[in-house]
Design a protein around this ligand. Structure first.
Ligand code: FE2
Length: 432
């Protein structure tokens, strides 16, 4: 692996003018002036811009991405029409098509500095084509993207015929994580039963759990309680993620005051998906319309690890998206009203370090001894990164530059005014 020194970096913690030495794929040292001490080692000038550890998307559906319009558009825009539409598309899927779309997505992800992704993989179809294709993609991108695959029984673990066996088979094939969708089972009792069975599988196989859980506006959708309880019961603390948890938005406050400590006891990772939650939740409401995002600041304050995921891009559920996790953080910030400087920084963590923690990524971070993976952004600090969704000037993996993007520069030509380059509203305040 090539050695590299990134010079004059601003770090997310506020340190400026730092050099980052990457030796044999790992960050060896972070300090000012390293490049001057070690002539001969290639350098990459960060020019005072923000250098961040790579972005991490802990909740995505790579088997569905870039399938927008296949075989038709989601007219209502609802979760349920999305699931129905995906059901129509499934028989038409091919291995080649799935791999081609996923690889195109991965290229986009790299260009956005997104180097770790946890994808749920629908394992409801008896052919298990999606599992096979995503394992193929996982192998192809393993040199530059940490891709984790969740065995996700989209049509219900107990509700869908054959799902119990298909989930086991997909884990035998090599999927990494046990998924679930308890709110989509036929009854609350079935949902709770599915949570117990799936946690037992995870405990028996030594795997993590990541369930779509309570993606609903129903305040009585309380599967998160079962998930926390079974986590403790099976000794899975710290290895279980609850994705979405949108019903918590609508729950009774007294009940939540009892629930959050149980979730903390389970050391549950909470993965909210702001883009999708704000578009799919509240659909049965007239006015006022609920936002549906789970209780992000309250969960953070209780010490839970809270993450923002992207969930969807150009698929049956969401016809937008860019693989840009700063956009995801921005939506989360707005919906959760996390506008203080400290809260904005927490939102940046939600798409970087928190997400890496939920995925259990080894050697992640901008610390000595961590992997030599980083992103140079055309922004001064994390708040500006969220505000601008800036260009990823360089993406580095193990000391090697794997993507570069030209800086965004606007050139104005206005009557009666001199030409200006790089207007302050687009450029980081102190960088020209
Ligand atoms: Fe999802």
């Amino acid at each position: 692996m090539p050695d590299l020194i990134v010079t004059n970096a601003a770090l997310p913690d506020g340190r400026q003018g730092m050099d980052i030495a990457i030796v044999e794929g790992r960050i060896e040292r972070i300090a000012p002036g390293i490049a001057a001490e070690r002539p001969g080692i290639p350098t990459l000038d960060a020019a005072g811009y923000l250098v961040s550890p790579p972005f991490v998307d802990a909740h995505f559906h790579m088997d569905a991405t870039l399938s927008l319009g296949m075989p038709r558009m989601n007219v209502s825009g609802t979760l349920l029409e999305g699931i129905a539409l995906w059901g129509e598309l499934k028989p038409q899927l091919t291995h080649e098509g799935l791999v081609e779309r996923a690889m195109r997505y991965c290229d986009l992800a790299v260009s956005k500095g997104l180097l770790a992704i946890r994808s749920h993989v629908d394992v409801s179809d008896p052919r298990l084509l999606t599992a096979e294709a995503m394992l193929d993609v996982q192998a192809r991108v393993s040199g530059y993207i940490d891709l984790q695959l969740v065995a996700f029984p989209q049509d219900g673990y107990l509700r869908s015929p054959g799902a119990v066996e298909l989930l086991e088979r997909s884990l035998d094939m090599g999927l990494n994580i046990v998924g679930g969708i308890p709110h989509f089972e036929r009854t609350m009792a079935d949902g709770a039963d599915s949570v117990e069975r799936l946690c037992r599988i995870a405990a028996d196989r030594g795997l993590p759990v990541d369930m779509h859980c309570d993606e609903s506006d129903d305040p009585l959708s309380r599967h998160v309680e079962s998930l926390a309880q079974q986590t403790v019961r099976f000794g899975l603390q710290g290895r279980v993620a609850g994705s979405h948890l949108t019903s918590m938005h609508s729950m009774d406050n007294y009940y939540v005051s009892k629930l959050i400590p149980l979730m903390a006891e389970a050391q549950m990772h909470v993965i909210a998906n702001p883009l999708i939650n704000i578009t799919l939740q509240g659909r049965h409401d007239t006015y006022p319309k609920r936002r549906g995002l789970t209780r992000v600041p309250e969960l953070m304050a209780a010490g839970l690890n809270v993450v923002f995921g992207q969930d969807c891009m150009m698929d049956p559920w969401y016809g937008l998206g860019t693989a840009d996790m700063t956009g995801v953080a921005s939506m989360g910030l707005h919906v959760a009203q996390m506008t203080s400087r400290a809260a904005i920084r927490q939102c940046f963590d939600a798409v970087t370090v928190n997400a890496a923690k939920a995925m259990g990524l080894e050697g992640y971070g901008l610390e000595e001894g961590c992997r030599g993976d980083l992103v140079i952004l055309q922004a001064a600090d994390p708040a500006e990164a969220i505000r601008l969704s800036p260009a990823r000037l360089a993406v580095v993996k193990g000391g090697k530059v794997i993507s570069t993007t030209l800086p965004q520069i606007s050139r104005l030509d206005l009557p009666g005014r001199p030409n200006r380059i790089d207007p302050a509203e687009y450029a980081p305040a102190q960088k020209h």
